[in-house]
Design a protein around this ligand. Structure first.
Ligand code: PLP
Length: 382
């Protein structure tokens, strides 16, 4: 094994050289606290604000509508809890889907424990949210709809524009977890009627430990973390200046290169799927065949244990992921794959491959050859 072949870009990406280069001074010479009034503090403030403008521009927002956080999970927490707490007098009902990331699902669970009512909308066999069911479930006391832009396991992209229209028609706020979509899909929050949007730097070649939340101007939301008055008194804590500079640069690069990036990923994904279909029998492609992130391929290999497959792939220097989360020794089938109708055996036989910028066709061939060999071996053993 001479090199690592990385096919897990939905889990995280490396940080681009150009991003690191812009971040580096903020660990040493530009270490001022953006809240300090002397010159190095003022310089840090200017640079943080410049990053805010870059993030805003990438989604067609205004810079004062961007709040920096520590990650996508924090952005989701702040969006949902922030809106719930600020709109309690209006209502206590939230609508979300069954296939959200745990950052949204567990936030909703937490609110349920505090007396909020949450409706979890079903998805179809491709993982698309049932729009009719969503609209029918809007009640006079519904305050928020939270539907992810694109799913982290199967890559399916939701009908965000339609959901935005429904939310607007019923005067309900609309949050979208766009952690997987940013850097992969062009997003215009105005055109799509999005009121709140979560993102995370490490999913688009930025650093880990920094995220952002877009909150449309005049949307009532409350801080959930007490402390200082940073981020317009909505998110206490000294700003992660280097991280903020990094997310600003990364999002600028990602939006500039979006078309080329998508074309490249699409080519790799289609090559991979077609070859797998040709070479490995008894498979199922999970998620919508086309309405999905260009770099995502999630395939169930009948009779295979996904965790075992991952271990074999690792011995060949291949990094990928399963659709299941290991909890206390037992492999729970993925809630996303069960929501699209897979039984636990098929769900546990699924492999998520997510392509990225550094992948080549030769890497994909290497992945395919190894998958064919390992799956044949495992199927003959069983
Ligand atoms: N939402 C989605 C859809 C994700 O895929 C992830 C991470 O994988 C998160 C939220 C959480 O982001 P973070 O890891 O930055 O907290």
């Amino acid at each position: 094994m001479d090199k690592i072949r990385y096919f897990d870009h939905a889990a995280t990406t490396y940080t681009k050289e150009d991003v690191i280069k812009e971040m580096l001074p903020y660990f040493s010479i530009e270490y001022g606290n953006p809240s300090s009034i002397y010159s190095i503090g003022r310089k840090a403030r200017r640079d943080v604000e410049n990053a805010r403008t870059r993030v805003a521009k990438a989604i067609n927002a205004n810079s004062k509508e961007i709040y920096f956080t520590s990650c996508g999970s924090e952005s989701d927490n702040l969006a949902i809890k922030g809106v719930a707490l600020a709109n309690k007098d209006k209502g206590n009902h939230i609508i979300t889907s069954k296939i959200e990331h745990p950052a949204v699902l567990n936030t909703c669970k937490c609110l349920e424990e505090q007396g909020f009512e949450v409706t979890y909308i079903n998805v179809d066999k491709d993982g698309i949210v049932n729009i009719k069911e969503l609209e029918e479930n809007i009640k006079p006391h519904t305050i928020l709809i939270s539907i992810m832009f694109a799913n982290n396991e199967i890559g399916t992209i939701q009908p965000i524009e339609e959901i935005g229209k429904i939310a607007k028609k019923h005067n309900v706020l609309f949050h979208t977890d766009a952690v997987q979509a940013i850097g992969n899909v062009a997003i215009d929050v105005k055109k799509l009627n999005i009121d709140l949007l979560s993102m995370s730097g490490h999913k688009f070649y930025g650093p880990k430990g920094v995220g952002a939340l877009y909150v449309k101007e005049n949307v009532p939301f409350k801080k959930i973390q007490d402390g200082g008055h940073q981020e317009k008194n909505k998110r206490a804590g000294t700003e992660n200046t280097a991280g903020i500079i990094g997310i600003g640069k990364a999002i600028e690069l990602a939006t500039k290169n979006l078309d080329n990036y998508n074309n490249k990923l699409l080519e790799l994904r289609e090559y991979y799927i077609e070859k797998i279909k040709e070479k490995i029998p008894n498979i199922k492609i999970n998620g919508h065949r086309n309405t999905r992130l260009s770099g995502n391929a999630n395939i169930a290999f009948e009779g295979i244990n996904g965790e075992e497959l991952l271990i074999y792939l690792d011995t060949k220097g291949i990094c990928a992921s399963t659709g299941s989360a290991c909890s206390s020794g037992s492999t729970e089938p993925s809630h996303v794959l069960t929501a699209i109708g897979l039984n636990s055996e098929m769900a546990n036989s699924s492999l998520r491959v997510t392509f990225g910028e550094e992948n080549t066709k030769e890497d994909v061939d290497y992945l395919i050859d190894n998958l064919v060999e390992i799956i044949n071996k495992l199927r003959n053993k069983n």
